[in-house]
Design a protein around this ligand. Structure first.
Ligand SMILES: Cc1cc2nc3c(=O)[nH]c(=O)nc-3n(C[C@H](O)[C@H](O)[C@H](O)COP(=O)(O)OP(=O)(O)OC[C@H]3O[C@@H](n4cnc5c(N)ncnc54)[C@H](O)[C@@H]3O)c2cc1C
Ligand code: SF4
Length: 327
């Protein structure tokens, strides 16, 4: 591992000031330190942000919740308000990694974890995300786990976070501090499409510190919600495809509000807005759910070894919404 300097930040302002010198923020370290060991990440300075006063879950404006960026994944999944009002979020967190990792991983770090594409993690191989312009061996090599939506010829990586998929379905917003001020970033606008330059995963600058994640006030569509994840092993595995869904039905059984986000199919949590639009006001039936899933997945452009994800995603959307309609 390349030598680096370590600094403990005392306050968010202090952290972004130190990061101006060219650094990485250190949350739980469960992704960053692994990538440093592999030589993928080579920061000169690590700014430890775990002692900042960002480890609480508090009421936010208009009845929502503000999750501090330093809240550990286990604590967030177990919070009674999250379990009651946003079950999709608790289930997504509990489906990720292992108990030990969830005890260590932070909310902010989870969102900015990097792709699990095997070529990205192997510094002996070309990879446009790690070294722009070097090529994308995944297109002709190992791409079974990779993207079917929104990819480009330069990169077909997926974002691995389960948490981010649930947050995209909940219309959550990040609170971000930078050296020039504070701003809000919707999770659905956080991640970049790979386009010609996949080296930048998000719209954040290296000096931007996530201080919190704001959940809007709960409603029927967030309380009647769930997370489903298909993976190769029952635990301790990233998703092949995942679905975060919420459903609110009118008394006559039609769809009043629906949320669908799909994970592990794109460079970002894929908010299925076309499916949502196709379902508005329609009967909440499996036939309608399948029709809407088809509308969304018409845009899929899979590679030979991940074409199975198209049908898998369709089936998972139908299954998730059918369960919610029956609950
Ligand atoms: C074996 C294994 C299995 C896993 N399985 C899953 C899984 O199934 N699903 C899943 O979703 N995840 C999974 N993970 C990933 C795990 O969830 C992430 O490693 C973890 O959430 C990252 O959080 P962290 O706090 O440790 O981040 P760190 O490793 O500390 O940081 C990750 C990135 O975020 C940046 N960062 C950290 N905090 C902030 C902040 N406040 N503001 C701005 N930038 C920040 C860092 O600079 C770094 O770039 C797995 C990991 C392992 C090792
Ligand atoms: S898919 Fe993206 S991350 Fe993977 S090798 Fe290609 S450029 Fe690199």
């Amino acid at each position: 591992m390349k030598p680096f300097t370590y600094a403990l930040a005392e306050a968010p302002g202090d952290a972004v000031h130190q990061a101006e010198r060219g650094a990485r923020f250190l949350g739980g370290g469960t992704n960053l330190v692994d990538l440093m060991r592999l030589g993928v990440e080579t920061p000169d300075l690590l700014v430890d942000v775990t002692r900042l006063d960002l480890d609480r879950i508090e009421p936010a404006g208009e009845g929502g919740l503000l999750i501090g960026a330093g809240v550990r994944n286990s604590d967030l999944a177990a919070d009674p308000r999250v379990r009651r009002d946003y079950p999709v979020l608790s289930q997504a967190l509990l489906s990720g990694a292992s108990g030990q990792l969830r005890n260590q991983a932070t909310a902010g770090g989870n969102l900015l974890q990097r792709t699990r594409c095997v070529y990205f993690q192997d510094v002996t191989k070309p990879c446009n995300k790690r070294r722009p312009g070097s090529g994308c061996p995944a297109r002709t090599g190992a791409h079974r786990d990779l993207a079917i939506l929104g990819a480009s010829e330069h990169c077909v990586a997926t974002h691995p976070s389960d948490f981010a998929v649930a947050l995209a379905a909940l219309d959550a917003r990040l609170h971000v501090k930078s050296p020039t001020g504070d701003r809000r970033v919707p999770v659905t606008e956080l991640y970049r499409a790979p386009g010609e330059d996949p080296s930048r995963d998000t719209v954040l600058e290296p000096t931007d510190l996530i201080t919190g994640i704001e959940l809007p006030a709960p409603g029927e569509v967030t309380r009647t919600s769930l997370y489903r994840k298909a993976r190769d092993r029952a635990s301790y595995a990233f998703a092949l495809v995942s679905v975060a869904a919420g459903l609110d039905r009118a008394p006559d059984g039609t769809v009043r509000e629906v949320r669908v986000a799909i994970g592990s199919v794109a460079h970002k949590p894929w908010r299925a807005r076309r499916a949502e639009t196709a379902l508005a006001g329609r009967p909440a039936t499996p036939e309608e759910f399948r029709r809407a899933a088809g509308v969304e997945l018409d845009a899929a452009d899979p590679l030979p070894d991940n074409a199975f994800k198209v049908k898998l995603a369709e089936n998972m959307i139908v299954e998730a919404l059918t369960r919610l309609a029956a609950s």
